[in-house]
Design a protein. Structure first.
Length: 389
């Protein structure tokens, strides 16, 4: 069954509107569920219409892929702990980039005579898709502690990155003039894959939220380029939305961390501080206590602000923090949470953790909202949020 191009375009327009409304809904916790449903509905419309319009593969393969993917997704949703959510997000970004790379590669090896725009789009999808794939895998390995989370590099890395980037652009230009040259295509893919590794390797764990936001943007741009390759307007719109929103989020996070977006784009982050032994820092200074005891110490305060960070996630202390806050509020103390844009290991990490502990959304305040109120705050409790200066 196939439908006319006019109906296809109308359906894609509807899906694009649903995507925009979905993103709008995700801007507020209270409307986040509705936003997710709207965006998912938009994707459902786009997928169904595409399957009715494009006879690319048999439905048996499609159904098999849906079943396998659904099983894997269900297992991940059940097994992955909340503390491992940043790693999962990094992997999903990588899979998105890899999918765009695969689509562009399939179109390239299918042959034919694509126009100049199609060849350029293929090259961009391969370049950004491969960078996103390998860069996301490095981010995952750092977060999962499969490799050292500290910044890694070597003398002349910036020069090597520049050479790889210029070489990739040159390869795309060569393919425009000489379409179908397979060695150049593979050279582009390999250079882009190495570039992705080298861009993320010098970035430490504390800066990972910025990297994940940027890789998310890359995956959207790669998807948009793949849309140009396939002539799929829904993919172009969706990829553009993801790419733009990810880049805006990255800019917001860079500003909050006093980082330059240019440095992030080219894998240059802040210099690591002097390493110190944990015993040297904490020995003899740590005392075990309970949420109730801390609340009793703070009972004379009128306003308390809690500043959570990655240590809260690692210790799974969000429930204890909520218990302490409940005890304080029972004593008449006002309690709010100051959420830094880069707290944790992914964008929104602290919001997710505190929501899991059933902390009310209206108590979570962003940096711009909470900063002017600290003058009226009696006590600020910093919980595991001391790894970014």
């Amino acid at each position: 069954m196939q439908i006319s191009d006019n109906w296809i375009d109308i359906a894609y327009l509807i899906s694009a509107v649903l995507f925009v409304l979905g993103i709008k809904g995700l801007t507020k916790p209270k409307t986040a569920v509705r936003g997710n449903l709207l965006a998912a509905s938009g994707m459902g419309v786009a997928c169904v219409v595409t399957l009715l319009h494009r006879d690319i593969v048999t439905y048996e393969i499609i159904i098999g892929g849906v079943i396998v993917g659904g099983i894997i997704g269900a297992i991940l949703a059940k097994k992955v702990q909340m503390t491992a959510m940043p790693q999962l997000v990094a992997l999903l970004n990588g899979f998105g980039g890899g999918a765009s790379f695969a689509v562009a590669g399939a179109e390239f090896f299918r042959g034919g005579h694509p126009d100049t725009v199609g060849i350029i789009a293929t090259g961009i999808a391969v370049l950004i898709g491969a960078v996103t794939l390998t860069g996301s895998f490095v981010a995952f390995a750092k977060l999962q502690e499969l490799i050292d989370g500290k910044p890694m590099g070597f003398p002349g890395m910036k020069l090597v990155n520049a050479i790889l980037l210029l070489g990739s652009v040159a390869a795309i230009a060569y393919l425009v003039m000489n379409p179908g040259v397979e060695p150049v295509f593979w050279g582009l893919a390999i250079a882009a894959a190495i570039l992705g590794i080298l861009l993320v390797s010098p970035i430490g764990g504390a800066d990972m939220p910025v990297v994940i936001a940027l890789l998310n943007s890359y995956s959207g741009i790669a998807a948009s380029a793949a849309g140009f390759v396939m002539g799929n307007s829904a993919l172009i719109v969706t990829g553009s939305l993801v790419g733009a929103s990810g880049l805006i989020l990255t800019q917001i996070m860079c500003k909050a961390m006093n980082r330059s977006l240019t440095n992030v784009l080219f894998g240059v982050m802040a210099e690591a501080g002097e390493a110190m032994d944990q015993d040297e820092v904490y020995e003899g200074k740590i005392k075990s206590t309970s949420a109730e005891e801390v609340a009793m110490v703070l009972e004379t305060a009128q306003r308390v602000v809690i500043v959570p960070g990655f240590g809260l996630a690692m210790a799974q202390a969000q429930h204890a923090v909520r218990e302490m806050a409940d005890t304080l509020e029972g004593m008449g103390v006002e309690v709010e949470y100051a959420i830094h844009p880069v707290a944790g290991r992914m964008p929104g990490h602290m919001n997710v953790l505190l929501a899991e502990a059933e902390v009310s959304y209206d108590k979570l305040k962003d940096m711009d909202t909470i900063n002017p109120t600290f003058e009226q705050t009696d006590v600020a409790i910093v919980l595991g949020a001391n790894d970014v200066t």
